[in-house]
Design a protein around this ligand. Structure first.
Ligand SMILES: Cc1ncc(C[n+]2csc(CCOP(=O)(O)OP(=O)(O)O)c2C)c(N)n1
Length: 381
């Protein structure tokens, strides 16, 4: 099957060798990274390395039977870390199930994230602490949720005020296969006609499990935005600086009241779809090798080295931090106990709700009665 989308015409700032690209097309985006210093670039590198270490450790834990399932982000670290670095603290993110880099940058603890993959959490939680939702497994549902949330933010008067600490936008992450869900179309219509502050961040990793992008679209996904009147950009998803720049531009537009943006970050899922998948059944070793040579972490490392921003002691510190993270995940995941059943009634609504309170009381009564019965049976045995 002929590929629909290739690397031609991608917005790029860092080429695959790690060299800076200067073209008239990327000038406005280069201006958006001009304020970044060596510490910012090193922070992005560190976040990408920690995201990959999280990935590898979680995959190993699944293989050891400690997690029910895991979906790796390997290969997509630049798209995730670059876009998340552009967020203002008050912005809000809605991930799918693979955005470990985004939630890492948002400061969501890795153990809180792995609870869901261990099957000990149904995903109900308080999003306010990190302005981030937890993983969503139902494809596309988060795209509608994000747009609804963005419309709420708009109605709360948090858009177009000109106050950089107040203006709020929402970024929603989804995959190429998910674009075929009706929810994505509905969300783009609502966001467009309402000028909602939604940034649609599509990671085109070229596969929806075993389905190639050619089964989802005959033209690049970014071309769809025009039909909705949504400004769109197709960016090299393995270029962390370009991903940062396009997201920053989209956020500026959303914050100012200029409405949504559609970003297609062209990248590659280097690992399996999930730990239940065997990609050798549907793709070639040559393809995997081609993308291994375009590893987003190596690309940034090459830039840091060429620009003299690489420092061996610092790099050893990053590697040590990654190992410490892995050790913590190894220990604390195994120690995760099942939450009390009462936890399932928490965070259903932002404020107390009579029906939920009634159900929680019923559950508590049921559990008490069951405990009494067990005690009686034990005593009369
Ligand atoms: C509504 C719905 N339909 C089907 C599935 C099963 N499913 C899980 S992942 C997946 C492929 C998604 O591919 P894509 O959107 O490209 O994201 P990626 O996994 O590549 O990041 C499918 C069909 C699901 N989780 N939800």
């Amino acid at each position: 099957m002929a590929p629909v989308a290739d690397e031609q015409g991608l917005l790029q700032i860092l080429d695959p060798s790690g060299a800076l690209v200067e073209t008239p097309e990327n000038a406005a985006y280069r201006a958006r990274i001009a304020h970044l210093g060596a510490d910012d670039r090193r922070a992005m590198y560190r976040d990408m390395v920690l995201t990959r270490r999280f990935d590898d450790e979680a995959t190993a834990l699944q293989r050891q039977g400690e997690l029910a399932l895991f979906a790796q982000a390997r290969g997509q670290e630049a798209a995730q870390v670059g876009s998340a670095h552009a967020l203002a603290p008050q912005d809000y993110v809605f991930p799918s199930y693979r955005e470990h880099g985004v939630l890492h940058v948002r400061g969501v603890d890795p153990i809180d994230r792995l609870r869901l993959f261990r099957g000990q959490d149904h995903g109900g939680w308080d999003p306010a602490e990190h302005n981030a939702q937890l993983y969503t497994l139902v494809l596309g549902s988060q795209v509608l949720h994000a747009t609804g949330y963005a419309m709420g933010v708009q109605r709360d008067g948090l858009v177009g005020t000109g106050d950089p600490d107040k203006d709020t936008a929402v970024v929603v992450y989804f995959g190429d296969g998910t674009t075929s869900q009706g929810d994505v179309h509905e969300a783009m219509v609502f966001a467009s006609v309402n000028d909602a502050p939604t940034v649609f961040f599509l990671q085109n990793n070229q596969w929806a499990i075993s389905e190639p992008t050619a089964r989802q679209a005959k033209v690049p996904f970014a071309a769809r935005g025009a039909g909705y009147g949504i400004p769109s950009v197709r960016v090299d998803g393995n270029d962390v600086l370009a991903c940062y720049a396009v997201t920053l531009e989209a956020l500026e537009r959303a914050h100012a009241g200029g409405g949504p943006t559609f970003i297609e970050a062209f990248t590659y899922r280097m690992g399996a779809h999930t730990t239940s998948d065997d990609p050798t059944r549907y793709r070639t070793r040559e393809e995997e090798e081609y993308w291994r040579r375009r590893d987003p972490i190596d690309r940034l490392a090459a830039l840091l080295t060429a620009s003299g921003e690489w420092d061996e002691a610092w790099a050893a510190g990053v590697a040590a931090d990654a190992e410490a993270l892995a050790a913590r995940i190894r220990t604390q995941t195994r120690e995760l106990g099942a939450p009390p059943t009462a936890a399932m009634f928490e965070h259903v609504y932002a404020t107390p709700h009579a029906t939920v309170a009634e159900e929680a009381a019923w559950q508590a009564e049921y559990e008490n009665a069951a405990a009494d019965n067990a005690a009686y049976e034990e005593a009369t045995r």
